[in-house]
Design a protein around this ligand. Structure first.
Ligand code: NAP
Length: 495
């Protein structure tokens, strides 16, 4: 059942609602009904959360717990997420409008997997020993940093936030999560299962509210040592600048406008299936969407025809219907933003809307937008350069690999890239020359948690995943110990 109100979760307890708090209405995007109310955490409440997290950290109850103990708690959290999958998925869909099949089938299992992954990772991780100098042994200790501020976006709330939470606590840190003000609901059942999993109170805390208020209070707080942020590029700039003032360690995972390059020698049917998944899953609201489709000229006409047929055939509807493939966009602001890009495409001379481009007329209520495909002649058009974050693909034709690579790299972003070809020489050249943090060859959306994930250029700074999350959430301490006595210069013995 959807909670009527959502407050902060600090020290293992829900904060009592304070009527003087700023309140934010939580809206179900499919029918625009007000389903819950968020009580915003102000600077004081964020300070309380940070102090609680710091005290918990300093107490050693978690930061000094053995790896085996931490591992078993993380695995218990994983089991409890799976046990409560229905409830968490339901709240997530209530909030985001993502199709239940995708929330239940992919995002909530991924949230559980994040805890399992880091549980296994910490039990296997090792650190280097330097013994080249026969007189010393030097080794590297990894210690938790302290308190992590985790700022998450609305598009895949649980999957993205739990990657940060699991990474932070696995290495012994305490943390404070701030979900998007639009999407706090899935975290209510999640926070409620932590005690049962055996996690000490105060290790995971949550504050809710607007980025400009609650988020800023996190980036400015002196008790917070590290920030892991996922969100838009402009917000990333602000957070980077703000966190710099208190010299916090920071990772930013930002926007994308990823090229999906389809060469004429590709397996056409698989490339088509994958292009649909890459742009239309999660209602097109994903950072790694293959939103800029580049198709080689000989197959372009057929590819456009077939993709448009498929897009027109997508099942748009109630996100709680298991058959639904596209649900509503998250909010009124988001659908207005996506519509403004459709307007740009409508007015430009170098674009042609092949399908969609407007609100779904069959729905009286809800932020439903028609799956949209726009063919463009220039990669410089706004619809090819800006992140739209909706079910909105552009298709541009190219002639040969040189042009494909040039177009793929002609973007301020560099998050992921997709290459479809059966020619290994083309694949090897393209994967090397494309400037993006991840390249997927003949596959859509393959997230390998052991490998680094993050972007080039304006798609972010730093990486997460296995070793890279460890780098973010730990300090490295180099310890040198002599293996025999050696002469030490006797300063001050000058007689
Ligand atoms: P956003 O507007 O940048 O917000 C992200 C988070 O930052 C929210 O919790 C937001 O709070 C908070 N925030 C906003 N201003 C802040 C400030 N001044 N200080 C501290 N926190 C602040 O992004 P979004 O619209 O939620 O998410 C969509 C974006 O995320 C897209 O650009 C997408 O590409 C990107 N994304 C990137 C990845 C990746 O891995 N690279 C993954 C998913 C999404 P409020 O929203 O409550 O104001």
């Amino acid at each position: 059942m959807t909670p009527k109100i959502v407050t902060s979760f600090i020290g293992g307890e829900w904060v009592e609602p304070n009527e003087s708090s700023h309140k934010i209405k939580i809206i179900h995007p499919a029918d625009e009904q007000h389903i819950s109310t968020l009580y915003e955490a102000d600077t004081n409440e964020v300070s309380n959360a940070a102090e609680t997290a710091k005290k918990t950290f300093d107490s050693g109850v978690w930061s000094n717990a053995s790896v085996d103990d931490r591992k078993s708690v993380l695995l218990a959290i994983k089991d409890l997420i799976i046990e409560n999958k229905e409830e968490i998925a339901e709240q997530e869909v209530m909030n985001t409008g993502a199709p239940i099949a995708q929330a239940y089938g992919r995002q909530i299992p991924r949230s559980a997997m994040n805890f399992e992954f880091f549980a296994e990772f910490i039990s296997q991780a090792s650190s280097p020993v330097f013994d080249q100098n026969p007189d010393y042994i030097t080794y590297v200790r990894r210690e938790p940093i302290g308190v992590a501020g985790l700022i998450a976006p609305w598009n895949a709330p649980m999957a993205l936030a739990t990657m940060k939470i699991a990474g932070a606590i696995a290495f012994g840190n305490s943390c404070i999560l701030k979900p998007s003000e639009l999407t706090p609901l899935g975290f209510v059942p999640f926070m409620n299962l932590l005690k049962k999993a055996g996690l000490p109170d105060g290790v995971i805390n949550m504050v809710n509210g607007r980025g400009s208020v609650t988020g800023t209070a996190i980036t400015q707080n002196e008790n917070i040592d590290v920030i892991a942020f996922t969100g838009g590029t402009e917000t990333g700039r602000v957070i980077g600048a703000e966190s710099g003032k208190t010299l916090k360690k920071i990772v930013t995972e930002l926007g994308g406008k990823s090229a999906n390059i389809i060469f004429s020698d590709a397996d056409f049917e698989r490339a088509l299936d994958a292009a649909m998944v890459a742009i239309f899953s999660n209602n097109g609201q994903q950072c790694l969407a293959g939103s800029r489709i580049l198709v080689e000229k000989p197959i372009a006409k057929e590819f456009k025809k077939r993709m448009v047929e498929r897009a027109r055939n997508l099942i748009i509807g109630d996100p709680f219907d298991s058959k639904t493939e596209i649900g509503p966009l998250i909010s009124k602001e988001q659908i207005e933003k996506v519509m403004s890009f459709a307007q740009t495409a409508e007015e430009s001379d170098d674009t042609n809307i092949l399908c969609g481009g407007k609100r779904c007329e069959s729905f009286q209520k809800g932020y439903y937008f028609e799956p949209t495909i726009v063919e463009t002649k220039s990669n410089q058009n706004t619809v090819c350069q800006e992140e739209i974050f909706g079910p909105f693909a552009t298709i541009l034709e190219f002639d040969g690999i040189d042009e494909a690579i040039e177009l793929a790299n002609d973007s301020e972003f560099g998050l992921v890239s997709y290459i479809w070809s059966t020619d290994i020489r083309k694949i090897m050249r393209a994967q090397a020359e494309i400037r993006a943090g991840v390249v997927w060859v003949n596959t859509p959306l393959m997230r390998e948690l052991r490998a680094p994930f993050g972007g080039y250029k304006n798609s972010g700074i730093g990486r997460d995943g296995g070793e890279w999350s460890r780098n973010l959430f730990t300090e490295e301490k180099t310890v040198s110990i002599p293996l025999k006595d050696f002469p030490i210069t006797k300063l001050g013995e000058n007689d």
